[in-house]
Design a binder for this molecule. Sequence first.
Ligand code: HEM
Length: 184
Amino acid sequence: MNRAIQQMVCTHHGEELWQRIKERADLADLDFFSTYQAYPDDVTHRLVAAASEELGLTPAEIMQAFGEYWITYTASEGYEQLLESTGETLPEFLDHLDTLHARAGLAFPELKPPSFRCQHGEDQSLDLEYRSSRQGLAPMVVGLLHGLGRRFRTLVTVEQTAARAQGDQQDLFHIRYHDDKPEG
Ligand code: HEM
């Protein structure tokens, strides 16, 4: 995640802003994030807070933008095949998110993956339950869902219907989708 945040900032805003964010997050000494090393969650939180101050966006907006970016990032960082094997449509893909993380986990032994469960509706809608050992990542899920919508050329609307941050048992998202592909 930290690597992806670095790449997102550098691509969209340049190296100079990345240096400022690193300094603000007390990470000035760090040259780069190693792919296979686990960093404390606190590092990610500091990066998000610093990016939020430098860019004038709320932390939730940063997390959402990051979630969207993550889909293209992983596709270009060697995970395209994993993404492809997870599903050919948005609803099919969302059914297999836990398998995707279990497979990704083979490369990251210290993974504490999230868990998702879908309840499909009849009218191109579904409810997605998100469970996590972490707090505060629900906005990222919204971004991820939009990123997936773009990947599958599917129009997606996402409404959060329950939130742990507001005392609910879990995070719940109501998702409506429909194919954006031209006919024929
Ligand atoms: C090839 C694609 C993907 C890879 C390689 C991947 C891998 C990972 C990794 C390594 C983590 C960090 C877990 C940890 O440090 O313990 C993570 C976290 C997470 N992933 Fe994915 N992921 C992918 C796609 C997705 C997609 C499509 C979603 C859609 C909802 C998703 C949702 C999440 C969430 C919400 C977290 C936060 C962890 C938490 O809640 O504790 N990921 N993923």
